[in-house]
Design a protein around this ligand. Sequence first.
Ligand code: SF4
Length: 229
Amino acid sequence: MNIQGFQKLTMLDFPGKTACTVFTGGCNLRCPFCHNVALVLAPDEEPFTHEEIYAYLEKRRGVLDGVAVTGGEPLLQKDIAGFLRPIKEMGFLIKLDTNGFFPEALGALLAEGLPDYVAMDVKNSKEKYARTCGRETLDLAPLERSMALLAASGIDYEYRTTVIGGFHTLADIEAICRWIRGAKRYYLQAFKDSGILKEGSGTPLPEEEMLAMRDLARTYIPVCELRGI
Ligand code: SF4
């Protein structure tokens, strides 16, 4: 697996758990607001080996609850199941982040019982999805297949949208909520401008607007919270 980054301790990446975070390289999307551009455009070299991660985890049995795997897009990694199996066998919980565009890979991991928690992006309303992902067009059928897999899986999962001025309106959040109605949890994440956006292409939204979005979202999905506010 192309592991480009490794954070030894996080209290934030795996809800309610202490974890370490593994960052995989590469992504199929090109979101203009991507917080991990260096990972997305990752070089071929793999700075971390599986063995290094396993060796660290061996020393953290009984100390850490789990491992969060994020990217980039982790499901691009052909050998992700092979990487995760020994981690599961060591007794760690596994949290997977995904943009949802690889339902076959997701389905295979779910069938093996590898992830304990999945966080899936819902980038925007269907109408604005491609633009929000830096694409001219985008087939959303794979994303909807991933949604169906999660709904049927019985595991804990969340949907999440990073909310950005210039990309998301209240109407977009309502359209997303209609789309994912029935979801277990939905998080609206505050965008933090790290200076990587082209000038004028997006801004953080004021807290009042985020709160109004959350309140509207809760009329569709009762468990909806803000993150990063
Ligand atoms: S899906 Fe995530 S990692 Fe990929 S480009 Fe978009 S924000 Fe970046």
